[in-house]
Design a binder for this molecule. Structure first.
Ligand code: PHE
Length: 463
């Protein structure tokens, strides 16, 4: 039964299905592509500590709030606020989420598409390794080779657009298939596979000679960088926490609306946050030891994964087969996230604008397609889109916690969290304290600081 048609609302069928889908949304390029380079640029271990703090004190409460809103209303983010707070302006938070979904889906699917290019290329590189002459190249020549490939690929424009379209197609296909038979089904297959691939890569990476230094970088906090640029590091940690957990734009309101009434929302949120954080750290453990073992700068930025790692893989026994496995992992991680972003738009179109699920998905894909092509054509636009979640998601998150902390009557949130009294909610007062005071104040403070520091970088003369 297609949603948007009349009939029972689609839902996740099991506890594992819920966690696989929500963790599938959370775990993505944000963990494997973004986290390592953002941590690398912001001081490794010191960044990690602040990040963990934000996950616990802000991330989990926001996630629980989204689940509460979604499951109690059984609707998309816009419809949910309209139903819970009729006649009020809160639904604008839902709209902000839908706008964020468009922006994120556009640049995110572009990067997700790169993984397909690299999957195909790594097969080619494996087959033609002798002809390309990899074994005669030193590290510098290898880096030049992969960096030329990356630049040629990105600047060539049409291949990134092609892969973007393919990735969008897979995403649309899964979303059109529905919640149970699409999103949940694929998450249940892809997430365990992703985990398996990551474990293999970590074992390979930490057993390289000289790997220890990478682990030290990731785990030993060095506070000197934090003293130099505290604002930048703290804001990026908050942005990364929101982005990585998929919170602040209604993804988890939408998924929450598909969670059955009996599931324990607090447990679900904690499991998802724990899995997401664990995978980010483990991805760091796969990447940094290899980066250090080959004497590469960990603060290289977004190309860390697409230029540096192929160099490293080529140098390891087994060669670019590792690259193939890695990009397969990245591809799986990405697709369980793109479906969750598309689902926000599709749920909105189908429930608020009464479209069929299929038409909603097609309309969403075409419109996101325009934005994606812009991202593939212009590195400036890509850069703006890629940086925007750092502000957009905390902004959405702020209003979500304020809504739960200050607007929704306490008994309603408690009833939802306890599934009408069948789960214990001893944490409730702590939760309320976090959503009423800690999370909104911290987010508001950092948001203002973030906007201010961005304005200063844009108009340095004004300072
Ligand atoms: N959490 C995803 C990741 O880490 C990205 C994402 C952000 C997905 C926002 C949905 C909503 O890759």
């Amino acid at each position: 039964m297609l949603q948007g048609d009349t009939g029972p609302r689609d839902s996740f069928s099991s506890k594992f299905g819920v966690i696989a889908a929500a963790a599938g949304s959370a775990i993505g390029l944000g963990n494997i592509w973004r986290f390592p380079y953002v941590a690398g640029q912001n001081g490794g271990g010191a960044f990690l500590i602040i990040y963990l703090l934000f996950i616990a004190a802000i991330g989990i409460p926001v996630m629980m709030s989204e689940f509460v809103i979604g499951r109690s209303a059984q609707l998309n983010p816009v419809g949910a606020f309209k139903k819970i707070a009729p006649g009020k302006k809160w639904y604008l938070i839902g709209l902000l989420g839908v706008v964020s979904a468009f922006i994120i889906l556009a640049f995110y699917t572009v990067v997700a598409g790169w993984t397909l290019e690299y999957l195909v290329q790594s097969v080619k590189w494996i087959i033609f390794s002798g002809r390309i002459g990899f074994s005669e190249m030193d590290n510098v020549a290898l880096k030049e080779f992969f960096s030329n490939h990356y630049r040629g690929f990105i600047d060539g424009r049409w291949r990134p657009i092609l892969w973007f379209a393919v990735m969008m197609g897979f995403t649309g296909y899964i979303v059109i298939s529905g919640v149970k038979n699409g999103i949940e089904k694929y998450a249940k297959i892809l997430m365990p596979l992703l985990f398996l691939l990551l474990v293999i890569l970590v074992i390979r990476s930490v057993t390289l000679e000289g790997a220890g230094e990478g682990l030290v970088f990731l785990f030993r906090p060095d506070f000197s960088l934090l003293r130099e640029t505290p604002v930048k590091i703290i804001i990026e940690a908050l942005g990364q926490a929101f982005f990585s957990l998929s919170i602040g734009m209604g993804t988890l309101i939408t998924y929450g609306s598909y969670i059955q009434k009996k599931e324990n929302l607090a447990n679900t949120a904690i499991s998802v946050a724990a899995a997401d954080t664990f995978i980010a750290v483990v991805a760091g453990m796969a990447i940094f030891p290899a980066v250090f073992a080959f004497g590469i700068d960990p603060g290289e930025g977004p190309e860390l994964v697409y230029i540096t790692l192929p160099v490293i893989f080529q140098r390891m026994a087994g060669g670019l087969i590792w690259a193939f496995l890695f990009f397969l992992l990245l591809c799986f991680a990405a697709i369980t996230s793109t479906i969750s972003v598309l689902e926000v738009i599709v749920a909105y179109f189908s429930e608020q604008l009464s479209m069929s699920r299929r038409n909603a998905a097609i309309l969403a894909m075409i419109s996101v397609g325009f934005l994606g092509v812009l991202c593939a054509f212009s590195e400036e636009i890509f850069g703006i889109f890629n940086a925007s979640p750092d502000l957009l998601l905390p902004l959405g998150g702020f209003f979500i916690v304020v809504f739960i902390g200050w607007f929704l009557p306490k008994d309603k949130s408690k009833r939802e969290l306890s599934s009408d009294g069948s789960h214990r909610t001893r944490y409730y007062n702590l939760f309320l304290f976090l959503v009423k005071f800690v999370a909104p104040l911290a987010i508001a403070f950092l948001f203002v600081l973030g906007v201010y520091s961005r304005l200063i970088t844009l108009f340095p003369g004004a300072n």
